[in-house]
Design a protein around this ligand. Sequence first.
Ligand code: SAH
Ligand code: DHB
Ligand code: MG
Length: 234
Amino acid sequence: MTDDTFEALQQQIATQHTTEQRITQLFAAEDEGLRHALEAAKAAGLPAIQISPIQGKLLQLLATLCNARKILEIGSLAGYSGIWLARALPADGRLLTLEIDAKHAEVVRNSFANAGVADRTEVRVGKALDILPTLESEAPFDLVFIDADKLPYPQYLEWALRLTRPGSVIVADNCIRGNRLLDPAQGTDETEKAVAEYNQRVAQNPRLESLALAMDDDFTDGFTIAVVRPEERM
Ligand code: SAH
Ligand code: DHB
Ligand code: MG
């Protein structure tokens, strides 16, 4: 690589970084509640693997777009994505978030209270695949956000389809991982193969309109977003 090419690449990365920062500042600035959630997570020793502010704002935008009153999240961590989602709900709306780790759930409840969304949120502790079959009576959800362990992503998709209605939105995080998940032949381990399978199923399901978007902090990972088609267009 010549020095000129190297410099051009460095310039491109710097530009991307500045763009991301400026979009965040203008459209996705964190308030006190979101900052507190991140600090509480750090203090409790939780990994900093939450979505980016831009991803949080996109979730909020999607929830608002589909007039979400009931939202289901799989994988709460410290409540960061949950706060973004809960802020899109009307006062009588509901975010149900599933979390396997009781210690994480405790942090989440505190962070939800601190962010002023305790009244419209509920954290249910357990293995998502055990809880999902119990949610039929609380369905349909207007938006489902999948962001827990990656091996069951294809099963989470099946549950999301069962627990939604035409017009609902199904979003999953970590669907790109530096482009290895967009082609089933590329996945290097079981986890990557499972998420590649998720993408494949979403893209090919005639009931869904979908797109994967690279949009995390460094544009190497992101969401796959799907809308359940209205019946008459299936
Ligand atoms: N959505 C969060 C990040 C979630 S990280 C945010 O962006 O703020 C993934 C979370 O899923 C972790 O807290 C982990 O404990 C939880 N998790 C992992 N396996 C799970 C399972 N089988 N059922 C429910 N939660 C699970
Ligand atoms: C991991 C999980 C996530 O959901 C994420 O967004 C980033 C990293 C992880 O398990 O390492
Ligand atoms: Mg994630």
